[in-house]
Design a protein around this ligand. Structure first.
Ligand code: FPP
Length: 256
């Protein structure tokens, strides 16, 4: 007999009564191990990971996700060997160059979460161009987290608020959740409803620490290069099976 989760895996499909998460955030992990298992260099895994990025962006847009955030490069990833860092930067540049027209056609707005200034100049240039040329697209927002760290993002936001206090724009007592929200890279965007991590690890790794407060967490053993449309649908089906209570009891939610 199949377990409940096996049944989901075999039959996962969306139905009209399901909720599509408004914002999905993904930690794309496992490229290196995927490549190593095939006796290939790590960059081979990252290349295959780009195909998953394309597939997941297309699927998310198709099923009506409004915001998709992909953790493509963390502040900690700068510590990787030079060859891997430059390989990732080069993949990113190729991806952005190739996708600009598709993003425009599919009405996708690109945003970057992270330290854009730390990126190599050529990557920064195509990134800025894509952000600018897709700024009026309204179908879906694709956030690429690049040189991103959740703690660094919070410090940056807190500094911004501290400066406003120092120059008298606001008083410390006026600082609330909204003002910190507005000082983060994700200002104006809804928090993620569903946070997925591929590759088998069960941790947040400094990703969206503030924004993920109420996100449903979904961890899968599937490594990122194998995470495609089918696996995203499975994650959304699981999301629909969970009850989101925001601190209330199940009974309270039933009478709402
Ligand atoms: C984690 O796998 C993945 C990354 C550090 C990079 C993710 C990058 C891509 C999917 C490709 C480039 C992105 C875009 C948006 C074009 P890992 O290397 O840590 O895997 P491991 O845990 O198996 O070593």
């Amino acid at each position: 007999m199949m377990s409940r989760s096996e049944k989901v895996q075999h039959n996962a499909q969306l139905s009209s009564d399901m909720t599509i998460p408004q914002h999905i955030a993904i930690i794309m992990d496992g490229n290196g191990r995927w490549a190593e298992a095939r006796h290939r260099p790590r960059l081979f895994g990252h290349k295959a990971g780009v195909d998953s990025v394309r597939d997941i962006v297309e699927t998310a847009r198709e099923i009506g996700v409004r915001y998709l955030t992909l953790y493509a490069f963390s502040t900690e990833n700068w510590k990787r060997p030079d060859g891997e860092v430059s390989g990732l930067m080069s993949l990113l540049k190729t991806y952005l160059r190739a996708e600009l027209n598709t993003m425009r056609t599919n009405n996708i707005r690109l945003q970057c979460l992270g330290q854009k200034k730390r990126l190599p100049a050529d990557v920064g240039a195509i990134l800025e161009q894509t952000i600018e040329e897709t700024q009026n697209c309204t179908g879906m927002t694709l956030n690429l987290a690049l040189s991103y760290g959740g703690r660094a993002e919070l410090i940056r936001g807190i500094r911004e608020l501290a400066k406003k206090c120092m120059n008298g724009e606001i008083s410390p007592d006026e600082i609330d959740e909204q003002s910190l929200d507005d000082a983060l890279y994700t200002a104006g965007q809804p928090d993620p409803d569903l946070l997925i991590r591929t590759g088998g690890e069960c941790r947040l790794s400094n990703f969206l620490l503030w924004q993920a407060s109420y996100a449903e967490l979904y961890f899968t053993e599937v490594k990122w290069p194998d995470f495609r449309k089918k696996q995203l649908i499975e994650a959304i089906v699981h999301f629909n099976e969970r009850q989101r209570r925001y601190g209330k009891t199940g009974a309270q939610l039933q009478v709402e």
